[in-house]
Design a protein around this ligand. Structure first.
Ligand SMILES: [Fe+2]
Ligand SMILES: [Fe+2]
Length: 141
């Protein structure tokens, strides 16, 4: 179950972003282990909610960072693709949240292994790397 193992191997060189990627990777791993280890519904759900929160905050940071350079046409073109990918992830998070909510009563952990297609995860990583290349232009050194 690697549904949300986001950005584990991505290193952008930008501390704030790399720290968030690290935290996301760790949280998704904790969630995986919690599921595999048969931890109670409430604990898995709590981990998912924390993960969703960190991802959401991280997306907002990336988007506002990009936004401050939108005068650059290359950045502007990138923003569109990046937002589209983030929007997909936000939908997946929302959907997964609903799956958890549906099962609060039964206490059965939903099977979320397939909610995130690998293509979108790969694209997310590519976009983050592209973003870092674009931002280098504006932040010399
Ligand atoms: Fe991103
Ligand atoms: Fe990112």
């Amino acid at each position: 179950m690697t549904a949300f193992s986001v950005n584990k191997d991505v290193f952008t060189g930008q501390n704030e972003i790399d720290d968030a990627h690290q935290e996301i990777a760790e949280l998704s791993q904790s969630m995986e282990h919690a599921i595999e280890g048969g931890l109670p519904f409430g604990e898995v759900y709590k981990l998912f909610q924390r993960l969703a929160e960190v991802i959401t905050t991280h997306f907002e940071l990336e988007e506002s960072l990009l936004d401050s350079y939108r005068d650059d046409p290359d950045v502007a073109a990138h923003i569109e693709k990046h937002h589209e990918n983030h929007a997909f992830f936000r939908n997946v998070l929302k959907y997964t949240e609903t799956r958890f909510q549906d099962r609060i009563r039964s206490g059965k952990i939903p099977n979320i292994a397939g909610v995130l297609p690998k293509e979108y995860l790969d694209e997310l990583i590519d976009l983050d790397l592209e973003m870092v290349e674009l931002l280098k232009k504006h932040r010399p050194g």
